[in-house]
Every structure is written in C-alpha cells, then in structure tokens.
Design a protein around this ligand. Structure first.
Ligand code: 0X9
Ligand code: ZN
Length: 423
C-alpha cells in the first residue's frame, strides 16, 4: 500500500493560501464534495490531515480517531480520488455538491420567512427580535443578561429563566462555532418549550432549575455565515500577524490553552487558538460571565454540531481524567440512552473529549469544569455525516425534541448523584 501523497499535491502544500471572500460576494461551494474517509492506520490519518493545510482545496468538516470528513474542491477531485484508490483508502462521498445543499437551505429559509419559527433557520436579527418578544411576554419569570460585546460591536445576549428561588442552575452556551446553526435553532426552541410547554415533564424541568441560556455566542461569526460564508467557524477579529481572520473561540479560553497541540498556532487554521488566551472579546466576556455565576450553576452544556456525542472534560489530554469521571460517564449515558429510546433512535456516544474525539484545549466545558461546574459537556448534535453542518431545517424540531429528552434524563441522573444541591 502506498501512503505518500502525489508529488503535485505535496508541492502545493507549501503554496497553500487561505480562502477569502471578496467584499461583496458570498462564498460559493459549487461541486465541492464531502468525503467520509475511514483510516486504516495512524499514518494515513496524519497524511490525510496534512491536506487540510491546503485551504483552498480541502476543508476539514469533522474528525475522529476512526474517520475524517473532508470537503474537497472540484479542481482537485480527480487527483484526490486517484490518490485514495492508490493508497487503498476507504472513502465515500456523502455530500456531492455543498452549494446545492446551501441553496436548498436558502430556499427553505426564505419560503418560510413570514415569521420566526423552527421550520427554518433564523438570522441574528430575527433571533433577537424574538428574544425581545419572549422577554416581554414572560417578564415575570425571565430576565435578560448581557455577556458582553463582540469584536464588531454586537451585544451578546442571554436569557435567564427562573420560576422560583433556590433552584440549581443550568447554563447553555450555543453557536460558539458560527456555522453550527442547528445549535441556536435548538436553543431557541428549548427556551420556548421551557416557557410555554404544557407537558408535565417539561413544566417540571423548567420550573425546578434556573436557566442561563446564550443562544448565539459568536454573534459576528453567525452574521457572517448568513451574509458571506455559510461555512465560517471562527470569530471575525483580524490577527495582527496574518492576513487570515478569526480565532477558534472554542480554543481560546484560559484553560490549558494551546497545550498538547490542542489548538493550532497557525492563524489560518480552523482551530487557531488565538495570539493569547482570551484574545477574543466574546470569550473574555463569556469567561468572566461564567465566573460571575459559577456558584449558582451546577451544569453547563455547550451546544455544537455535528457527530452526536456528549464530550466531558478533559479536552487537553487523554492521559488524565476528571475526579468525577465515572459520574460524568453515567450522566452522559443517561442522555444517550434516553435519546436512543425515542422513535428517532439517534445514537450518541460519550466520554472525555480527548479520548473520544481529539485533543482540543481551551474549550468552554473544560473552563466551566475548572471553575467548579462539575457537570460540563460539549453536546455535539445531529447528524453523523449525512448533511453535516448544513442540516436541513426539517431536522430542527426532531433534533430539538431529542435534545430536550436528553437533558431531562441528564438532569435526573445528576440529581440522583447529588449534583443539583445548592452550591
Ligand atoms: O472541536 C471542537 O471545538 C468541538 N467539535 S466541533 O466539530 N463542533 O468543532 C469539540 C470540542 C470538544 N470539547 C472539548 N475539547 N472540551
Ligand atoms: Zn463546534
């Protein structure tokens, strides 16, 4: 079996340039295909991951110890396929044309544009207008909190829902990664359920916890995904040493920052950790906000997509595990079992981020854990590699329903294990 890259491919590695979007244009992904590639050995993994440095042609969608999801631009597809077959790599295409998927999503978003809802993805302006309505309508049990201000000057808003004093606190952070639209769609649906559902179980869930929910943390990035590039992940703050823009906000918290290769030092990389911890105003603000409420918060969930996982600390190493790791596994299992028992049958795996996924340091849930919030997960929502980040709006409600059922089970298990006592 040959594992070397074709010479032409290798030579281009050095010439790689970051993709950029001209000022008035929207990024297009015509005939960009997304491959699901199964590794046969660690060397193959290493070689294939190298390709992601050629940013104009290859973009990493997802990665785990067993497989890689790689978006490939049409000009290199023939060469890439030749390489795959010569190296005997098992690969299948799961999205043949990313632009077609984006176009369908855009049509669905505009067709159902009459009002805010969960049959389409809403813009930041729509989410904020809805939030205002909700805050006014349920003013007796809700209050707004401000996390801070983004690089581009937007206010990062959150909603606190509290039906009575003395409840344990649950924090939900959502859309830290700009392109993960399913997360804010789910967070807003969840807020709506907490406030308006008449289901007994949901009423109990809503009223026996205090909720702190930030539907869109990476506000600048989110607006950019709607207006310029659907697949943008990072913040929008320029980097002084590079022409590339943005930092991976989920690598920027001051917790084992940049340790063990858990973030990239390359400003053009999708997982760039930033010039220093908390370099991103959004993360500095969030970090301070979490600190300010940590004594009232028992559980933190950071919503992400995709791959259906519940990831607990630690992200920076798979050689050490939190003191309460057995409990973290048991609580995650409760979520996964409850979701799997639904008619949708979605399967969730769980474990520490570094052991199940990859080393990723400086993430929200690791920071929360370090601050004493002992139940803290990254929740990777649907799907597992059918539509990836461009999950059609028809899946918003099914995804949100299973998230709700998962959270009910997760909190019941937390209670059983004594994690919901007042701190
Ligand atoms: O890489 C990430 O930041 C997350 N995956 S995503 O595809 N949504 O980008 C995983 C974060 C795992 N959690 C920790 N490292 N704590
Ligand atoms: Zn993410």
């Amino acid at each position: 079996m040959r594992l070397d890259l074709p010479i032409a491919l290798l030579a281009c590695l050095l010439l790689a340039q970051a993709a950029s979007v001209a000022k008035d244009e929207k990024a297009r992904y015509d005939n960009h295909a997304v491959y699901k590639i199964k590794y046969h050995n660690p060397l193959q993994r290493q070689i294939l991951l190298q390709l992601t440095k050629r940013r104009q042609e290859f973009s990493l969608w997802n990665e785990s110890p067993s497989e890689l999801h790689l978006m490939v631009s049409p000009n290199v597809i023939p060469e890439f396929e030749k390489y795959l077959s010569r190296a005997n790599v098992t690969a299948e295409i799961f999205v043949a044309n990313v632009q077609a998927l984006i176009d369908t999503e855009t049509v669905e978003n505009t067709r159902a544009a009459e009002s805010f809802g969960w049959t389409r993805y809403n813009t930041l302006a729509e989410i904020e207008a809805w939030l205002d309505e909700i805050l006014a309508k349920y003013s007796d049990v809700t209050e707004e909190f401000i996390v801070g201000t983004s690089y581009e000057g937007r206010t990062i808003r959150g909603i606190k829902i509290s039906y009575k004093t003395g409840n344990p606190g649950v924090f939900i952070e959502s859309n830290i990664h700009a392109r993960e639209w399913i997360t804010s769609a789910t967070a807003t649906w969840f807020i709506n359920e907490l406030l308006s559902s008449e289901d007994e179980l949901v009423r109990q869930l809503a009223e026996s916890h205090d909720w702190y929910i930030v539907p869109v943390l990476n506000v600048d990035g989110f607006v950019y995904t709607h207006e310029k590039d659907r697949l943008w992940r990072k913040t929008r703050q320029p980097v002084s040493t590079s022409s590339c823009i943005g930092t991976d906000p989920n690598r920027n918290y001051d917790v084992h920052w940049m340790e063990n290769g858990g973030a990239s030092k390359d400003p053009c990389a999708e997982d760039y950790g930033g010039p220093n911890p908390l370099s991103e105003p959004e993360i500095k603000a969030m970090s301070e906000y979490i600190k300010s409420v940590k004594d009232k918060v028992n559980v933190l969930l950071a919503f992400h997509s995709y791959s259906q996982l519940l990831l607990s600390p630690y992200g920076h190493t798979d050689e050490e595990f939190p003191d309460n790791y057995d409990d973290l596994l048991q609580v995650a299992k409760a979520y996964a079992d409850a979701v799997e028992a639904l008619p949708y049958g979605s399967v969730f795996r769980y474990g520490s981020a570094a052991s199940v996924l990859y080393t990723a340091s400086g993430a929200t849930n690791d920071y929360a854990y370090q601050q004493g919030i002992k139940i803290a997960y990254t929740v990777e929502m649907r799907d597992r590699g059918t539509f990836g980040f461009v999950l059609p709006p028809a899946f918003i409600i099914p995804n949100a329903e299973e998230t709700l059922i998962g959270i009910i089970a997760l909190l019941a298990e937390c209670k059983k294990l004594g994690y919901l006592a007042l701190k």
